[in-house]
Each structure stands twice: as structure tokens, then as C-alpha cells.
Design a protein. Structure first.
Length: 330
């Protein structure tokens, strides 16, 4: 039997429920929806988490689809699904909750006496820590980005070597072309904020095999990327012998060991010369900016040989706006 909150799932059952996660001033109760599919036979417990940022939707749809496609009678082990965990941000269709403007994916393992995002992180992680053997945390790039699927898996200090090796194994069978291996034991400045507060990092520290699946762009449904996410989940379940069959993995996979977030120094309109998954040589022009009159005011070039992970979708830019994400090969 699996119990989440007050909801129980016996072997061979699929159940839905809600975790109470606080209240709003108007008296409404915040509830995290979840789905449990508990197989008839023993096996791993795979936790699928979505919308840790409120505008990351592709993974949420894929999670829901898989949760109702898999029959409990055919399942070894269990899957536990939280398609939308950042309730307030999801309601606003925004990355962050407007209750506290914190990044939920920097608040784990959470604080039961903290602010709203810290409490959500604590509530969710306590359930994950007590139930999951494996976890996929689904993300997308932002609304302003155009991206194709890639994964992020992390080297975490003071972690069993076997756990880290299995993380990479699971990432590879998830089966997308680009995979980013991030060593968080060394200083880096990819993005502002704490890397140690991420859900996948805290899972790995607790012996749970976990990684991030970045499934395209935020704020919209991208059917191709949703299907890739569904296949990736099933690939992992094939690998873990939770369902019959063999993983369907792309023939070529690239490992990048560092990402760089490219930002503009000028402002105006941006024109892209590259698209996601392109390989570009050092010095190649990634993009250029013009002012309102059409004069070129900035060229943005590749600092060295790299793969393009994502590019900007919105052509209107201010100083410091994100132009694209690139990754450097291993």
C-alpha cells in the first residue's frame, strides 16, 4: 500500500487525491493534485513532478497522459505523479509564486515554518523522500525561449558513486539528443540563486536517482515535446523493468558539461542565425541586434565551439535580456 496524505492506493489500484498546502486570505485551501498508480507486483517507485515553475506545461501534460495510459495490472512497482506542484504560480501562469516571489526549485528540502514556497517544498519533499526510488523533475525554458528537449543531471558531493552512475544511466535511457552534465561541486554562475536547493539535488543527496527533463518552451503546449516526454518516461520504466519492452532511444546522444546563458549588452530587436540543436564553431555569429531604425548595434558570437540549446523567441530585447543558451561538449 502507498499512502500520500490521507489517500491510500492498494496494489493494483490507480487513485487521485490532493495534498493540502496552506490557505489563502479568501478562505480557499491550496491543494496539490496527485495520482498514484500502484502496480500489482513489487518494483521501483518513480515520482514524476511537473510545474515546479508555474508556466512549465509540457511535462505536466505528459505526466497526466502516462499516469492514465499505464494499467496497474501491467505495472511492477508504482508511479506517483504531481503534475502541478507550484499552485499559485500555475494559477498566475508565471514562473514564480506571487505570494513570496521565490524560485520553488531553490527551496528544497524546505521549511515547515517558512514562507509559502519553503512550506510547499517541505510538504512535497517529505512525501518524495519517504516514497520515491527515482524522480524526474520536468521543466521547460521560459516563455521567451524556443527550445528542444534536453536533460540536466548533476554531480553532487558526498553522494554514493553508484547513485551518480545510475543517474547517468537513467538519463541516457530517457533518450533525448542533448544531455547536460553539471558538476555542482565546483563554483559556477550559470543562473542566479542557490543550486543546492533544487529538487533533483536534494533527491540525489538522499539516495534517490533524479534528474531534470527540460521539455521545450514555457507557457504553451508543444505536442511534439509532450510526446517526447511521454516516450522518455516509458523508456525509463522499460529500463527499470516496471513495464515490458525496450527503451526507444535516439541513435546519437551528446553530453555537454557546461551551459552558458548568453545575454545582450544593447537593446532593440534581436535576429537569430541559429536554432536549437545546431552545432556552431567558435566565432560564428549566433545573433545580431538592431536599433529601432534598423542599424546593427551588436553582434553576438559563439565564445567557442558549442551546441545551441535554446534561442530567444521574443525579438524585443532590453539590455541584459537572455538571447540564448549554449552548451560546450565534453
Amino acid at each position: 500500500m502507498i499512502k500520500i496524505g490521507g489517500v491510500k492506493a492498494q496494489k493494483g489500484e490507480r487513485v487521485i487525491g490532493f495534498l493540502e498546502a496552506g490557505k489563502m486570505a479568501n478562505g480557499c485551501t491550496l491543494k496539490i493534485p496527485f495520482i498514484i498508480v500502484n502496480g500489482k507486483e513489487e518494483g521501483p517507485t518513480l515520482w514524476l513532478n511537473g510545474a515546479v515553475h508555474g508556466d512549465e506545461l509540457n511535462g505536466s501534460v505528459a505526466i497526466r497522459k502516462v499516469a492514465f495510459d499505464i494499467e496497474p495490472d501491467e505495472l511492477k512497482g508504482s508511479i506517483i505523479c504531481t503534475p502541478v506542484c507550484n499552485l499559485v504560480a500555475f494559477q498566475a501562469r508565471h514562473k514564480l509564486s506571487n505570494f513570496d516571489y521565490l524560485d520553488l526549485d531553490q527551496q528544497f528540502p524546505g521549511n515547515p515554518s517558512g514562507c509559502h514556497s519553503e512550506r510547499i517544498a517541505y510538504l512535497l519533499f517529505e512525501q518524495i523522500k519517504n516514497n520515491a526510488s527515482h524522480l524526474i523533475n520536468f521543466h521547460t525554458l521560459g516563455r521567451d525561449s524556443l527550445a528542444r528537449p534536453y536533460t540536466v543531471f548533476k554531480l553532487v558531493s558526498e553522494t554514493d558513486k553508484e547513485v551518480l552512475e545510475e543517474v547517468e544511466n537513467v538519463v541516457r535511457v530517457f533518450g533525448v539528443y542533448l544531455n547536460c552534465k553539471v558538476d555542482i561541486t565546483i563554483p559556477a554562475s550559470e543562473l542566479p540563486g542557490s543550486r543546492m536547493g533544487a529538487l533533483d539535488v536534494n533527491c540525489i543527496k538522499n539516495g534517490i536517482v533524479a534528474f531534470m527533463a527540460e521539455m521545450g518552451s514555457g507557457g504553451r503546449f508543444e505536442q511534439e515535446n509532450i510526446e517526447i516526454a511521454c516516450q522518455g518516461i516509458k523508456n525509463v520504466m522499460n529500463y527499470l523493468k516496471m513495464i515490458p519492452g525496450e527503451p526507444r532511444v535516439v541513435k546519437e546522444q551528446i553530453i555537454i558539461t557546461k551551459r552558458e546563458f548568453i545575454r545582450c549588452n544593447e537593446a532593440g530587436f534581436v535576429f537569430l542565425n541559429v536554432k536549437p540543436y545546431d552545432f556552431v564553431k567558435e566565432g560564428s555569429k549566433l545573433a545580431y541586434l538592431t536599433d529601432i531604425f534598423g542599424n546593427t548595434i551588436e553582434d553576438i558570437k559563439a565564445p567557442r565551439d558549442c551546441y545551441v540549446v535554446a534561442v530567444r523567441f521574443d525579438p524585443v530585447v532590453n539590455t541584459g535580456d537572455l538571447i540564448g543558451v549554449i552548451g560546450f561538449p565534453d
